[in-house]
Design a protein around this ligand. Structure first.
Ligand code: B12
Ligand code: SF4
Length: 475
């Protein structure tokens, strides 16, 4: 079949991320014998014109739409990306009778709302590189793909979904040949590292999280030796910046250690990153292994350093673990980005001050703290129930494509913003989401890379903030 795969993501904060999933899907469809063309809208000046031209040219039988972000997850300055789908769908429907199939992480989060919003024919949840070729096979035989696991659709009786995760790491490529599908130099020159995923699934039950919905809760691990091989191949092709995009890099702990050992063994000259460490599994052994493997930047998503909040978020670790992880980080050389999320259930003025005190005392000059405010509420999460019970949320689930956020009723938003702002004023290595949505961040990325700065950019937060301050534009 003739397949057009549209990559809809045009958001460049904090970096334009390489579309790993969509490229994996394209490659597996091609392997299954289909003609696949990707249209990546990231750097297109006139996306609808580009779309119209490519449809006229290839006359697709099936249009796959890859949707990564519903919105930017920023309570202060929310941007709803899903709305861009309206004009996109109008162009597709106006130009072709092709079957339209939605896919991408966002679809795993809110499948029903997105199918209803776009009026797409089908949606694929989860492992698109396995499910989508099966859908194409059925469609090519004029059959209806209703029995395939991972497919969702709307019929007269309502929303239908075939749940069931398939085996992602069953031997096919872990890293697609990006240069075959996207404008690789454009991404690299804007600080985008090559993404690699080494596992799926998460055992934890954090109240706000959508990841188990996207990936399932049972761990599916790839072979660490295979990652070592991929890293070597990347180095040979000149791709030196690599980011692990696992939901939590260091859980299961043994998998993370095996991975680092396998990478250290191949002795590739690469710069590795991840921003997804869980403080519970941070110890000297792990960080030492990460140093050996070649990590140049790590992030710990601690969310809070106050027990009442960690408890209500069901994070599975305590403030003591957070403090312990900061001691470990200080004993090592890798710069660390600490990610906090203020305003969750159980947050009070006291817990906010406790977390800020932790950040100010335990995060050194070399490291960076990012303070998120409010938590995006997604349907089907425990946070949705909490928000409804507390009266914070009244919208029905199908209207939650529009960004809705939870902020603890025990917190005054203005007070919280002021406290965070005061802490940032005295710590130039502290940032808030404004840093991610800076309109000129793409320009900083572009110029910085040309000047020889290498990822991760956040390592240079102090210098960038000082520069901005000097120009009268501090966060
Ligand atoms: C790692 C990560 C990041 C890293 C990315 C680093 C990098 N270099 O790539 C960082 C921290 C930078 C980041 C930033 C953001 N992220 Co993020 N991120 C993730 C995470 C954990 C993994 C994404 C990933 O790479 N997966 C691996 C690939 C292989 O999977 P995939 O892309 O989903 O593709 C598969 C399927 O979706 C499907 N598929 C994909 N396309 C298509 C197309 C078709 C037609 C079909 C059939 C199937 C299909 O098949 C693919 C292969 O199996 C996800 C959560 C998750 N568990 O998925 C959130 C997630 C994607 N991020 C999200 C968001 C919101 C953001 C941000 C906007 C803000 C933020 N605060 O997090 C920014 C946006 C960045 C940008 N410019 O777009 C949301 C998006 C959905 C939503 N809720 O709106 C997610 C789902 C998390 C969440 N909160 O729910 N992110
Ligand atoms: S540990 Fe991370 S991926 Fe797992 S449920 Fe909690 S927030 Fe989600």
């Amino acid at each position: 079949m003739n397949v057009l795969l549209i990559i809809t993501n045009r958001y460049r904060g904090p970096i334009p991320v390489m579309p790993l999933g969509a490229c994996l899907v394209a490659e597996s469809c091609e392997r299954a014998g289909h003609h696949v063309q990707i249209l990546d809208l990231m750097f297109e000046r006139d996306p609808l014109h580009a779309l119209g031209s490519v449809i006229d040219k290839i006359k697709p039988d099936v249009v796959g739409i890859s949707l990564r972000n519903i919105d930017n997850n920023d309570m202060q300055h929310p941007v709803a990306f899903y709305k861009d789908l309206t004009s996109l769908m109008e162009t597709v429907r106006g130009k072709t009778d092709a079957t339209v199939v939605l896919g991408g992480a966002a679809v795993g989060v809110m499948p029903e709302a997105l199918i209803r919003f776009t009026e797409a024919d089908w949606a694929v949840l989860g492992d698109g590189e396995i499910v989508f070729p099966k859908v194409l096979d059925m469609l090519s035989k004029n059959m209806i793909p209703k029995d395939i696991a991972g497919v969702a659709w709307i019929e007269e009786t309502g929303f239908r979904i075939n749940t069931g995760f398939v085996d992602r790491f069953s031997g096919n490529g872990l890293v697609p040949n990006f240069s075959r599908w996207i404008n690789l130099p454009a991404y690299i020159s804007r600080f985008s590292p090559v993404p690699i995923q080494t596992k799926l699934g998460c055992h934890f039950k954090c109240v706000y999280c959508t990841y188990r919905k996207i990936e399932g809760q049972d761990y599916r691990l790839c072979d660490p030796q295979a990652i070592g091989g991929e890293i070597m191949d990347l180095e040979k092709s000149g791709l030196r910046d690599v980011e692990f995009v696992d939901n939590v890099f260091n859980s299961p702990y043994d998998h993370a250690i095996a991975l680092c050992d396998a990478i250290a063994k191949v002795r590739a000259n690469v710069r590795l990153q991840t921003v997804e460490l869980n403080p519970y599994f941070v110890d000297d052994n792990l960080i030492g292994a990460m140093e050996q493997a070649g990590f140049v930047g790590i992030g710990i998503t601690v969310e809070s350093a106050a027990d009442p909040v960690l408890d209500r978020l069901k994070k599975g670790y305590t403030a003591r673990d957070v403090f312990k992880s900061s001691e470990v980080i200080q004993r090592h050389r890798i710069p660390c980005l600490w990610v906090f999320m203020f305003g969750g259930p159980g947050e009070t003025e006291e817990t906010v001050l406790e977390t800020l005190r932790f950040a100010e005392k335990s995060i050194g000059q070399r490291d960076v703290a990012l303070f998120m405010i409010g938590i995006r509420i997604y349907p089907g999460t425990e946070l949705e129930n909490i928000a409804r019970i507390e009266g914070v949320l009244t919208l029905p689930a199908y209207e939650m494509l529009e960004p809705v956020f939870y902020l603890s009723p025990s917190i005054n938003k203005e007070w919280l913003l002021k406290k965070v702002h005061n802490s940032m004023a005295t710590h130039m290595n502290f940032i808030n989401p404004n840093a991610i949505s800076l309109p000129f961040l793409p320009a900083i990325n572009f110029v910085g890379y040309r000047l020889g700065v290498r990822p991760p950019l956040w390592k240079n937060t102090r210098y960038i903030r000082r520069g901005l301050k000097w120009l009268g534009m501090d966060l």
